[in-house]
Ligand binder design. Structure first.
Ligand SMILES: [Zn+2]
Length: 66
């Protein structure tokens, strides 16, 4: 089971999958001209339902070893 998440651009709202590590939205970054902070900073959005399942599976494994 893997941790699922996606990226959300804080400027244009585009979503990107987590297939590769990204820091900036490609569309907004193309418009950047050295501004600080840059446009298109991506926010990581976790799949909380998936995370809940993952945590419960891990906790069950921990309990088995106690
Ligand atoms: Zn963007």
């Amino acid at each position: 089971m893997t941790l699922k998440f996606k990226y959300l651009c804080t400027d244009c709202g585009s979503e990107y999958s987590n297939s590769e590590i990204m820091y900036l939205c490609p569309a907004c970054n193309a418009l950047n001209a050295g501004e600080i902070p840059p446009k298109g900073v991506l926010k990581t959005i976790y799949d909380y339902d998936n995370l809940k399942i993952l945590i419960s599976v891990l906790l069950r494994k921990v309990v088995l070893y106690l």
